[in-house]
Design a protein around this ligand. Sequence first.
Ligand code: AMP
Length: 218
Amino acid sequence: MRLILLGAPGSGKGTIAAQLTKEYGVAHISTGDIFRANIKNNTPLGVEAKSYIDQGLLVPDSLTISMLFDRISQADCKSGFMLDGFPRTIFQAEELDKALAKLETKVDVVISIAISDEEIKSRVSSRRVCSSCGAGYNTDFKPTKVAGVCDECGGSVIQRDDDKPETVLSRLQTYYEKTQPLSDYYLQRGLILEASNEVSSKLALEEIRKGLSQRKLV
Ligand code: AMP
């Protein structure tokens, strides 16, 4: 099963992807996580990507697309994958379609997460992440046991630079300009499965499981 998760920054894609990939045994591919790992390890890709990410801009296609294609050609993607944060532009979607066609496969479903800007701003301001293992927290509804210390690995739990309010506004603007047109792109191809994450990820997950089973994918 090959899935795409579409949604604004802060819409809860990461949480939903982590749960679904565990349930369905497919690889979870987050381009944002791959960039953050490169930034942490100070690789040339990380250094270049950081200058865009810190401004809430998209990393150029020349860096992003080859990185993603390398990742989906790895062995753990043979039985399927969920893309979280890719594609983010029509061009990336077209390139993905071409690359999958060469592999004689295609995207099965595009899960589109619906959520209001107000809810996004409120969630992102309380979102925290472990700088060592990447575990996600939330100061309101999933705090760490000890303030600032990861429950899983003892690493330090921080707010992502790009979750700071001024960067969130610019990420939302980038999203509406560049990424939202993808809804129409995939709607025209009959691939959209919409789920609301306004109330809770539990309800969103239920909607998604139902939609996937109606399509006989699970
Ligand atoms: P995310 O964790 O998915 O919100 O991604 C964090 C940041 O990484 C984004 O704000 C972009 O700057 C960059 N990024 C992630 N995925 C892509 C992509 N497909 N194309 C361009 N930039 C991306």
